[in-house]
Structures are given as C-alpha cells and as structure tokens.
Design a protein around this ligand. Sequence first.
Ligand SMILES: NC(=O)c1ccc[n+]([C@@H]2O[C@H](COP(=O)([O-])OP(=O)(O)OC[C@H]3O[C@@H](n4cnc5c(N)ncnc54)[C@H](O)[C@@H]3O)[C@@H](O)[C@H]2O)c1
Ligand SMILES: C[C@@H](O)[C@H]1CC[C@H]2[C@@H]3CC[C@H]4CC(=O)CC[C@]4(C)[C@H]3CC[C@]12C
Length: 256
Amino acid sequence: MHIANKGVIVTGGASGLGAACVRLLTEAGARTTIIDFNTETGTALANELGEACIFVKTDVTKEEEVQAALQAAHAHSGEINILINCAGIGVAEKILSKRGIHTLASFSKVISVNLIGTFNVIRLASALMAENQPEGEDGERGVIINTASVAAFDGQIGQAAYSASKGGIVGMTLPIARELASLGIRVVTIAPGIFDTPLMAGLPEAARVSLGQQVPFPSRLGRPDEYASLAKHIIENTMLNGETIRLDGAIRMSSH
Ligand SMILES: NC(=O)c1ccc[n+]([C@@H]2O[C@H](COP(=O)([O-])OP(=O)(O)OC[C@H]3O[C@@H](n4cnc5c(N)ncnc54)[C@H](O)[C@@H]3O)[C@@H](O)[C@H]2O)c1
Ligand SMILES: C[C@@H](O)[C@H]1CC[C@H]2[C@@H]3CC[C@H]4CC(=O)CC[C@]4(C)[C@H]3CC[C@]12C
C-alpha cells in the first residue's frame, strides 16, 4: 500500500515505538492520528508535526473511547487505511515472591491493555477499513500492524502476564489475517527485542547497557526508528501477511 495521503492510526503513538511510526509516516505524507492516554506527550507530538497529525486522548481498553477516536480519525483523514497497535504496558511480577502471590489484578491489567486493547482497536478499525474502496491490482483495503515482543517466545522470570499478553497477540495474528483476507486487509505483527524507549526508562543505566550487550548483533538496544522502518516496509510490501516478525538482533532472552 502506498502511504501518501493515507489515513493512519497509531495506538501508543505518543511515545517510543509508536511515536517513531507517527513521525515516519507523517513525514511520508500520511494523515496520522495518535491514540494514546498521555495527553501531554500526545498533544506535544501532534503540535510538532502540524496539521497532518492529530491527537485523541483514548484508553484502548474502553470501547466508547476507541469508537470516538476512530470517528475523529476518520474525519481527519477521510479513510482509515493503516492501523499500528503500539499501546502497551510492561510489568514484572513473580508468581511467588517475598512480596507475596502474583495478584490477579495485575495479571488482568496487563492482559486488558496489551491483548484486549489491541483486539478492541482491531475489531473497530477493521469495520471502517472494510468500507474503503479496494486499491491497486490486489484490491487492498487496509493494513493492521500489531506489536508483540520476543517475550512471547522467550519469556523471562517475572513476565508471566506480559508474555501471555504478547503470546496472545502472536496467536491471533493469523486467524484475523485469514478472516480479513477476503476484504483485502492484511495483518502482521512485529515482535521487538529490546528497544531504547521510555518503557525502559525505569531501568538503571547499567541494566540497560547490560541488556544491550546481550544482543548478538548489533550489540545495543534497538532504536525506535528501526521499528518504524520495518512497519513502513510492512505497509508497502503487500506479500507480508499473517506473520509475526522478530526484530531483535538475534537475541534470545535468558531466563532472567
Ligand atoms: N521497548 C521495548 O524494548 C519493547 C520490546 C518489545 C515490545 N515492546 C512493546 O512495544 C509497545 C510500545 O512500547 P514502547 O517501548 O514504545 O513504550 P512506551 O511506554 O514508550 O509507549 C507506550 C505508549 O502506550 C501508551 N499506553 C499505555 N497504555 C495505554 C492504554 N490503555 N491506552 C492508550 N495508550 C496506552 C502510553 O501512554 C505510551 O505513550 C508496547 O506494546 C511494548 O510492550 C517494547
Ligand atoms: C523483550 C521486551 O519486551 C522486554 C525487554 C526489556 C523488558 C522491560 C525491562 C524493564 C522492566 C521494568 C519493569 O519493572 C516493568 C517491565 C519492564 C518495562 C520490561 C518489559 C518487557 C521488556 C521491554
């Protein structure tokens, strides 16, 4: 799919990997909508990028808020052609530790935001994509990109909830791609390794350096623009569909 003049929605687009996608795709001529619940960073980025980019304060777990955000995006760009799901949270909690037993509330929260939130936006955005005129020789109507994690495959100690949420995203990629294929809507998931974003800001610098050194090549944290570059390629390469792509420098996470 060509990007210029397309309607792009990026959840979690106010920070990190999502913000890099908003920047790259707005610069490529798309009309972008940032869906995020951080008003300060979302508004700042939209203002920086100008008229082609808007921000809508939205919690992806809330059906009504997502519906309203999609309507605003549709009004802004005329069509919804591309969705990138980056909204997500990370948690670290052991099943049994000195702090006690892993709470059900914290497990449910991670699943709610990362997995259910992703599904919520997919189901509502794909309904709008289905209304698009088919494009080009393939008759494409839309592209959906989700964000899992290598933790879906190499989950570490303390990541039961996080890995389950990301494994669920990986698991639903193919069935949704199969369902939407007849409409010309593709679904691809990116499983990032370790990327230098505010999500990692809570880690001490020594831990960040150590994590980067665990990456076989290049031995460093990934850059958000490298994630955005893959997302742009997925949009432009119609043969990519129904797959999860690891973007990780060949890291295989250790147990902890
Ligand atoms: N940074 C990494 O190393 C890494 C690795 C693998 C996967 N990921 C995944 O990539 C995605 C983006 O992570 P990031 O590193 O850019 O983090 P980030 O914290 O910089 O950005 C996440 C954004 O999502 C937003 N968000 C969180 N919950 C939301 C909700 N309920 N509704 C709307 N917005 C919400 C936050 O406000 C934030 O702006 C996440 O799903 C994360 O799990 C990150
Ligand atoms: C592969 C990625 O999904 C994981 C690699 C690094 C992890 C983060 C490390 C810091 C953690 C801090 C915390 O207590 C909450 C979870 C983390 C943010 C954790 C989330 C998963 C990644 C990004």
